[in-house]
Ligand binder design. Structure first.
Ligand SMILES: Cc1ncc(C[n+]2csc(CCOP(=O)(O)OP(=O)(O)O)c2C)c(N)n1
Ligand SMILES: [Mg+2]
Length: 664
């Protein structure tokens, strides 16, 4: 480092310290609310690491993240405004301390979920590798995060794929109140690196030049295609866990004093003066500059307006992809559900080089349900990525890749395994755009087979759509035929919001159907009236659409005229089409395979009750699975899943009850 660089590193360390000391004071004044986590004591880690990076390199931060942002070049004005919840802040006041990010500076976000950033960084590294940018990045995380499962999944996958990333554990020796010695089976985290064939070192995290040297070497390795490295920086936070925390003591005063005496800034000042010829006046000038920057940041933030409800509403979803409905296709063939999915993937991957697929067994064998079969021959192993059995890492790679310019499609081998991806889907992908003030997009698809009917028992047969339809920020698509499968998957890959794409297993084993040869996209949020009728509206999803149509044919013979609606998109729901139909028929039955209680049908029923109760002539009836896990025994499974007969009975109950009333 030359003199200018050394001065800049010093300036960054001071900025970090004075910023967080200022934030602590503002928190006490009530101008910074909620909570924030001071980085004071750890300045050398962020300053040393980021001095080894270019602007194109990325960092992923964590809850104690102000230092990383400042070191990567974030504006103090906009950071301070964010902490005060102002619209001029990095996240328009929607994210706060734990979510500051600036994708233009390749600061990919702090995180309120311990360990999640390790995953997002792994995905960002994959994206940089696939895009051939030559950039690398640093994942900062604490000693506590190094005991999360995602740490292990990601170090493994990054090592196997030789991703350009540096895992930097800021070991401040405590995770909230829990000391490392009480939570960790080894004395040095760097020893874990060997378990993943990575180089691992422990450095003095209060020596900024030692951190800088270690990260410089690791970044060079990453850029050379040699893969990830692990660095443990030993350090100490001076304050309590958070500004809000008011905890009983869990550290001794002697230990706190010992570490304050190892102050990284005082040590660096000494070095600058004794080894690099800096005068006390030169250092004082930097201090004065930093004080005036901070005063200006405080003023900027205090004088900034607060966000409005419109800022909030705009931030939840990026505009949905909206194609025009396909023209009647010149050529159609009969395709199976899997063939239709495969054709959508193939055509879209040809059209858009940003699309790639990852998941367990999706490459060489093309997925256990064959949705990706044969695609590896066409697109290669980089774009058809077989992964380890690491659902968290798969979902994390999708999130990290989606926020850095790619459009990943992640397969969940069986949908029940999505439980292991929940943080990445619900806390990360669904909220990323929102937490960052409504600017970024998160174009990813998570797809896979769900539902029962093929005797796979309780952990391989669930219909879990209600978990995802409940979450603002997600799009939930539910194809009911090969035609819908191709058209909806094409839209999903062009959509700028995270999509949960549900593929019912019975459709995989169901009939072939006519599918246009050319690429086409079905609009998101648009239901299809599959059959028109006058007596009752029957809303059905996924495999229940076929059952509903069969029920309608049977009921026709009994003089009941059923209108069947397939929402196709469960979220955002096409409420207008359903309401219009109910206003015509005055009766509603909803049929789905998920559990009836607290399910998708409950939402449709409540929505219709709120918007059209005056048009209803009969109570709304829901048909859903019995309130039990899926049994293995085939006769019992058939009793749990709603049958065509169940739908027929429900419709009759609604229509005939009403007719009986009219007759009497
Ligand atoms: C998954 C998850 N578990 C628990 C928490 C609550 N929590 C927030 S920070 C923290 C301690 C984290 O320790 P460490 O990773 O060492 O970071 P440090 O706070 O020491 O910087 C805990 C328990 C959380 N936010 N997320
Ligand atoms: Mg810690």
């Amino acid at each position: 480092m030359d003199r200018k660089d050394l001065e800049e590193v010093y300036r960054v360390m001071l900025r970090i310290r004075r910023f967080d000391e200022g934030v602590t004071a503002l928190f006490k004044e009530g101008l910074v609310k909620g909570t924030a986590h001071s980085y004071v004591g750890q300045e050398a880690v962020a300053a040393g690491a980021c001095a080894a990076l270019t602007r194109a390199d990325f960092v992923v931060s964590h809850h104690r993240g102000h230092g990383h942002c400042i070191a990567k070049g974030a504006s103090l004005d906009r950071m301070m405004a964010e902490l005060m919840g102002r619209v001029t802040g990095y996240c328009k006041g929607l994210g706060g301390s734990m979510h500051i990010a600036d994708l233009d500076l390749n600061i990919l976000g702090a995180n309120g979920i311990v360990g999640a950033g390790i995953g997002i960084a792994t995905g960002a590294a994959l994206s940089n590798k696939l895009r051939g940018t030559g950039a690398a990045g640093v994942a900062f995380f604490g000693d506590g995060a190094a005991n999360e499962g995602i740490f292990h999944e990601c170090l493994n996958i990054a090592s196997v794929w030789k991703l350009p990333v540096v895992y930097l554990c800021e070991n401040n020796q405590y995770a909230l109140s829990t000391a490392m010695k009480d939570s960790t089976s080894i004395d040095r985290f760097s020893k874990r690196a060997a378990g993943y064939s990575l180089p691992g070192v422990t450095v003095d995290g209060n020596d900024v030049l030692a951190v800088h040297a270690a990260v410089t070497e690791a970044v060079a390795r990453a850029r050379n295609g040699e893969g990830p490295s692990f660095i443990e920086a030993l350090t100490y936070r001076w304050g309590d866990h958070s500004m809000r925390a008011n905890l009983p003591r869990y550290r001794t005063e002697a230990e706190e004093v010992e570490w304050r005496n190892l102050d990284a800034i005082a040590r660096f000042e000494h070095k600058l003066q004794t080894e690099h010829g800096f005068t006390p006046e030169a250092l004082e000038r930097v201090r004065a500059d930093v004080e005036s920057e901070l005063a200006a940041a405080r003023e900027f933030a205090i004088n900034s307006p607060e966000p409005t409800l419109a800022d909030l509403e705009h931030a939840v979803y990026a505009p949905h992809y909206q194609p025009s409905e396909p023209k009647p296709a010149a050529t159609t063939r009969e395709l199976s559900f899997a063939e239709a999915l495969r054709e959508a993937l193939s055509q879209e991957m040809e059209r858009d080089p940003r699309v790639f697929v990852l998941g367990e067994d999706v490459g060489k064998i093309g997925g256990i349900f064959a949705a990706t079969r044969g695609l590896i021959e066409k697109f290669g192993a980089d774009r058809l990525r077989d992964t380890p059995i690491s659902e968290q890492a798969i979902a994390a790679c999708a999130v990290g890749a989606a926020i850095t310019g790619l459009r990943p499609v992640a397969e969940v081998q069986i949908f029940d395994f999505i439980t292991l991806m929940m943080d990445m889907i619900v806390n990360q992908s669904a909220k990323f755009r929102f937490m960052l003030g409504g600017k970024p997009t998160v174009p990813l698809v998570i797809r896979g087979p769900q539902g029962g009917g093929i005797r796979l028992a309780a952990q391989h047969s669930q219909s879990l759509e209600a978990w995802f339809t409940h979450v603002p920020g997600l799009v939930v698509l539910a194809p009911s035929s090969p035609y819908e499968a191709k058209g909806l998957l094409t839209s999903a890959m062009r959509e700028d919001n995270p999509v949960i794409f549900l593929e019912h297993k019975m459709l995989y084993v169901g009939k072939k159907a006519a599918v246009p040869e050319e690429s086409y996209a079905i609009p998101i949020g648009k239901a299809l009236v599959k059959r028109t009728g006058q007596d009752v509206t029957l809303v059905a999803s996924l495999a229940m659409v076929e059952s509903a149509l069969q029920a309608a044919s049977r009921l026709e013979a009994e003089g009941i005229d059923v209108e069947v609606i397939d929402p196709r998109t469960l979220r955002p729901l096409d409420e207008d089409t359903i309401i219009r139909s109910v206003k015509k028929t005055s009766r509603l039955v909803v049929a789905h395979e998920g559990w009836k209680r607290w399910g998708f049908g409950a939402e449709v029923a409540a929505m219709v009750a709120e918007k059209a109760i005056d048009w209803l002539d009969a109570p709304i009836v829901r048909v859903g699975a019995r309130d039990a896990p899926m049994p293995y025994n085939d006769k019992l499974e058939r009793l749990v899943i709603p049958s065509t007969e169940d739908i027929v009975e429900a419709v009759k109950a609604v229509v005939l009850r009403d007719r009986a009333a009219v007759a009497t």
